[in-house]
Design a protein around this ligand. Structure first.
Ligand code: GAL
Length: 437
């Protein structure tokens, strides 16, 4: 990180006037009160979540949204990436909850009235328990259920929202849920590897079909023409030892498998290998912009003892600064990620997540400045970047880390749900207000 004194010597940079200054959350991580999700079940068994907590309370955003949106408005943020959890709207098969839909419409309407543009994530890891019990994403025949949920939510809210993320981070989901066994359904080993590949294949199919379905609903209902993408977690994969052919080879494999497999398939509209044999699943590409979630870099080496992870071993650059979860803080990686995504796909980019887990808010401020500079560098080099959504608006339930990893621009006291914007939020607000840094 650059020291405070050196910072003042850095020239000012200016972002476009119509730039989207946002923050992001996910339904399970903030909403609270959903007892029909697979994550709610998963939290019940002691030892799975670091602090043995549950997502059932989270930030009670579902009931505090008005207060939260008022903070965003006051802080001059003009965009918000929020999520809808399917389990909230369909607790049991066959029955959709129209009361929950009305409530959710109230949330979207409140954002609109405050001139905060919503970007709606339709699936952010969490599944209804009943669908998970049927095998979730691992079975192609299950996808019809997902499409019914899409119809319900898009028909019910498409007059209030026109920008969508269909699925958040299929790569992270498959890795942590099926290969590393630390998220539901907790699979690992060779069986988990195969299920993870099946899940990823079906998620590509689901994304492409959902892309068309959303467009069809918006056209039929005369809603505004939508813009649709996925949010892909991109991690820079560098070889641990750049002189080792094996490390370089595994770094390339990790880059392809983790960073590009899903998006290449979406871009080509094909089940590319190893997701399939090149079968066409969509007429042309199935996205309108690229949503990038960027946090960090992994150092990759060859490892004989991880055959189920394709002999890949990840570690962290020991010389670099790290966040509270041990992830390297590597702003330059954001320039690299954005540049290579644009070189490959030639689509406008949005940073749909970027942030730091830290209890020292000064580090968050520095992280924001350094990453916005890195993003601007990519823009100067010609990449059309539409916006930046900081992860996260507020401290929240950080999956298997429970409430131990504060990512928020807003501090949340989980005993009484009191919110307090941090200094980093004030800094971010100044940047959003002036469009300069
Ligand atoms: C992303 C994920 C978010 C959040 C964030 C910070 O991978 O989409 O839900 O958990 O990481 O760890």
């Amino acid at each position: 990180m650059i020291s405070r004194t050196k910072r003042s010597a850095i020239p000012r940079i200016v972002f476009p006037r119509d730039f989207l200054w946002g923050s992001a959350t996910a339904a399970t991580q903030v909403d609270g009160g959903d007892d029909a999700s697979d994550w709610f079940n998963y939290c019940k068994k002691p030892g799975r979540i670091k602090d043995n907590s549950s997502c059932i309370s989270a930030c009670d955003h579902w009931n505090h949204y008005e207060e939260d949106f008022r903070i965003m408005q006051k802080m001059k943020l003009n965009a918000y990436r929020l999520g809808a959890d399917w389990s909230r709207f369909q607790k049991t098969p066959g029955k959709f909850d129209t009361k929950a839909l009305d409530h959710f419409r109230g949330m979207l309407d409140s954002l609109r009235r405050k001139k905060i543009r919503p970007l709606l994530t339709l699936n952010h890891f969490t599944l209804p328990q009943w669908w998970a019990a049927r095998g979730g994403w691992t079975r192609e025949s299950n996808l019809e259920d997902f499409y019914k949920y899409i119809d319900f939510i898009v028909e019910g809210t498409g007059d209030l929202v026109d920008e969508y993320i269909t699925i958040n981070e299929p790569n992270v989901y498959c890795l942590l849920s099926y290969m590393m066994g630390i998220w539901p359904p907790g699979e690992s080993g060779f069986g988990g590897y195969l299920d993870g590949m099946r899940a990823q294949r079906n998620m590509v199919i689901a994304h492409c079909h959902t892309y068309d379905r959303i467009r069809e609903i918006h056209a039929r209902k005369k809603f505004k023409s939508p813009r649709i993408s996925i949010a892909q977690h991109i991690r820079i994969m560098d070889p641990l030892n750049s002189g080792s052919l094996l490390d370089v080879d595994r770094a390339n494999a990790a880059d392809f498998r983790f960073n590009r497999l899903f998006t290449d398939a979406v871009h080509e509209g094909k089940l590319i290998r190893p997701l399939g044999n090149g079968e066409t699943i969509h007429d042309g590409n199935a996205w309108d912009f690229f949503g990038i979630n960027y946090y960090s870099r992994n150092m990759i080496s060859f490892n004989l003892f991880t055959p189920h992870l394709l002999f890949i071993k990840e570690s962290t650059n020991e010389d670099g600064p790290v966040n509270q979860l041990g992830w390297e803080i590597y702003p330059e990686g954001l320039t690299r990620a954005v540049m290579s995504a644009y070189d490959r796909y030639r689509l406008p980019v949005r940073i749909t997540e970027n942030g730091i887990a830290t209890s020292d808010d000064l580090h968050r401020s520095a992280y924001i400045e350094d990453h916005l500079r890195a993003l601007h560098r990519a823009m100067e080099l010609g990449v059309p970047v539409e916006g930046y959504y900081h992860w996260s608006f507020m401290d929240n339930f950080e999956w298997a880390e429970g409430y131990t990893a504060p990512f928020g621009l807003v501090d949340v006291n989980f005993n009484n749900q009191k919110r307090k914007p941090r200094d980093s939020m004030l800094l971010y607000s100044r940047i959003a207000k002036t469009g300069t840094l």
